[in-house]
Design a protein around this ligand. Structure first.
Ligand SMILES: *Cc1c(COP(=O)(O)O)cnc(C)c1O
Length: 371
């Protein structure tokens, strides 16, 4: 039996190979590899797609978060609230600005930050909050927006796993002050290497980010502020521009795959299926179960023995990471995130995953969970 991988990017590439190859060859022969019209064209299309005024490309999703916080003036002594159940980059970007991450627990229904807990950790030093639309599920931005407005906090959306997701009728990345995106290959809109972008309605933030990503300069060799080198390559931009045209269709495929998993798993005991909360449009970067009855790592091994590869996002919440030891968080402080770190299991999920592969995954799960 052939292996079922967690993600197969080759299948997606096959559907755009001709266009992608032609675009890449055109860049190669143009000799224009950094900047140029292919990057601005993609940025314009990305902004239009999100119905925002501005978008700026950069090196990675991590950099997008850093540039966003920096442009908002987040600095040493400031606090930024975010979920403890996310990829390290979310908190890293806060620390790169010299500020302190302040973690909150999640809900097990959404895997997203628990909005009931946000207000309790706001202090006079709190400058911003970073909602992470984890696994493709949007945070309730109506509620978070009201909290942020009441306390005068900026909202920087971490959209790395949720390109194309919506809260109400608006895309994530258009709902806060700045949206931050990753084009890491496995994201919903992924390039063929690293890349990222920000989106914003605000011209001043856009201008600030363009300056920061270009060594702090607007005019070449004149440096206004301490910046970084963080650009989106022309090669990535042309590939992303082609893929952007397919994004909605690929997200619809992810939704159909999720629906089919829901159906196939409906009589499997000992699991909680992921739930899409009302009001949002989930784009399923991951289809993540919560195992109630069986030891996760044993189950993973049993699936692996049948050539089915599953993933764990994330095995350790951020408040328990060694790097954040100095922040003084305790084990047991965020019980739901800690529970999830032991019980989550992400099933294979990518456009092009076939119904028969899904059936094989679920049959193997069923066999292990009903013994
Ligand atoms: C992938 C990811 C990032 C970072 O993106 P990179 O492009 O890999 O730097 C940030 N936040 C979340 C939630 C992510 O999943």
């Amino acid at each position: 039996m052939s292996q079922i991988p967690p993600v197969d990017l080759g299948r997606q590439y096959a559907t755009i190979a001709e266009a992608a190859n032609a675009a890449v060859l055109e860049v190669l022969s143009s000799g224009r590899y950094i900047g140029g019209s292919s990057v601005t064209e993609f940025e314009n299309h990305f902004a239009q797609y999100h119905q925002v005024e501005y978008s700026a490309g950069c090196n990675s999703g991590t950099d997008a978060l850093y540039l966003a916080l920096k442009a908002l003036g987040v600095t040493a002594g400031d606090e930024v609230i975010t979920s403890t159940f996310t990829f390290i980059a979310t908190a890293e970007a806060i620390c790169m600005c010299g500020a302190t991450p302040v973690f909150v627990d999640i809900t097990t229904e959404t895997f997203n930050l628990d909005l009931d807990q946000v207000e309790a950790v706001i202090t006079p030093r709190t400058k911003a909050v970073i909602p992470v639309h984890l696994f493709g599920q949007p945070v309730d931005m109506t509620r978070l927006g009201a909290i942020a407005q009441k306390h005068g906090l900026y909202i920087v959306e971490d959209c790395a796993q949720a390109t194309g997701a919506k809260w109400g009728d608006r895309l994530v990345g258009s709902l806060g002050d700045i949206g931050c995106f990753s084009f890491f290959p496995t994201k919903n809109l992924g390039g063929c290497g690293d890349g990222g972008a920000i989106t914003t309605h605000r011209r001043d933030l856009y201008e600030a980010i363009k300056m920061l990503r270009e060594h702090g300069s607007k005019i070449r060799y004149q440096h206004e502020v301490m910046g970084v080198n963080s650009r989106l390559d022309a090669l990535q931009a042309v590939i992303l521009d082609i893929k952007l045209r397919h994004l909605d269709q690929w997200n619809q495929q992810r939704q159909a795959i999720a629906k089919n998993y829901d159906f196939l798993l409906s009589d499997v005991p000992g699991i909680q299926r992921p739930q899409a909360i009302p009001g949002g449009t989930h784009v399923w970067n991951q289809y993540t179960l919560l195992l109630k009855a069986k030891e996760r790592d044993t189950l993973r091994q049993e699936l692996l023995a049948q050539d089915i590869i599953t993933m764990v996002y994330y095995p350790k919440p951020l408040h328990l990471q060694p790097v954040f030891e100095d922040l003084g968080y305790q084990s047991g402080q965020f019980p739901l995130a800690e529970q999830c770190s032991h019980q989550v299991l992400s099933l294979p999920m990518f456009p092009g995953l076939t119904p028969s592969e899904q059936e094989r995954v679920v049959a193997a799960l069923k066999e292990q969970l009903t013994v």
